[in-house]
Design a protein around this ligand. Structure first.
Ligand code: BEZ
Length: 215
């Protein structure tokens, strides 16, 4: 069944390159990114895993644990890890799930039979501290993902979880944000002491609140 935003992320126990993991126990109250790969020893996936390994400190800064999935067995993952290091210069520094019976892939609806009967698509799930799915993305095998965009989206998710704001098109950390329409002007004056500009009655912008609080 498809996993929708707000659903609980299905739990599973699986072999990974870092041993057997019970997903919910491993994740604890951190956020997590779970992302799938069509197959081991494939070119796009090799570049993606190296890219995420290099960005691990950025995920950690945001209290996000990263875990990959490819349906091949764990001994294949270990051999592939040497190639990933060789090609990208980055050691695989997060667990990669082996899912030979595709049970995890099926529970997250990562196999789209009209794309491929056997390989997973490039799914991404961002899961909050409460184990609920906050964001999902689906890319085809032929298109590598942009992990800077994933970090940017996590910044928005974590900010909007804590304040009554939304982020506009192409927003980046530190830029002005939008006050959600459910907040009245009167309440907005109290909630956002840095003030706001009403470009339209329904489009009010204010400095990013956690930054504004520091200045
Ligand atoms: C890749 O990871 O490079 C890939 C995998 C399946 C189909 C096409 C590309």
């Amino acid at each position: 069944m498809a996993i929708r935003l707000g659903d609980e992320a299905p739990n599973f126990t699986a072999e990974t390159t870092e041993g057997s993991i019970n997903f919910h126990e491993w994740k604890g109250s951190s956020w997590a990114v779970l992302f799938s790969h069509p197959k081991d020893f494939t070119p796009v996936c090799t570049t993606e895993l190296g890219a995420v390994a290099k960005l691990k400190p950025e995920f950690e800064k945001r209290n996000v644990k990263v875990i990959g999935l490819s349906v091949d067995p764990v001994d294949s993952h270990r051999r592939w890890a040497a190639d990933i290091q060789d090609v990208t210069g980055a050691a695989l520094n997060f667990p990669l799930i082996a899912d030979p019976d595709r049970s995890v892939a099926l529970s997250y609806d990562m196999i789209h039979p009209n794309a491929s009967e056997t390989a997973t698509v490039r799914s991404v799930f961002v899961i909050g501290g409460d184990n609920k799915v906050k964001l999902s993305l689906t890319y085809p095998a032929s298109t590598g993902r942009n992990f800077q965009e994933l970090l940017r989206s996590i910044d928005s998710l974590q900010l909007t979880a804590g304040y009554s704001v939304a982020t506009p098109a192409d927003w980046k950390q530190g830029e002005d944000v939008i006050i959600v329409p459910a907040v009245s002007d009167e309440d907005a004056k109290k909630k956002f002491p840095a003030g706001f500009v009403a470009k339209k009655p329904y489009l009010r912008v204010t400095p990013q609140p956690d930054r504004a609080a520091k200045v």
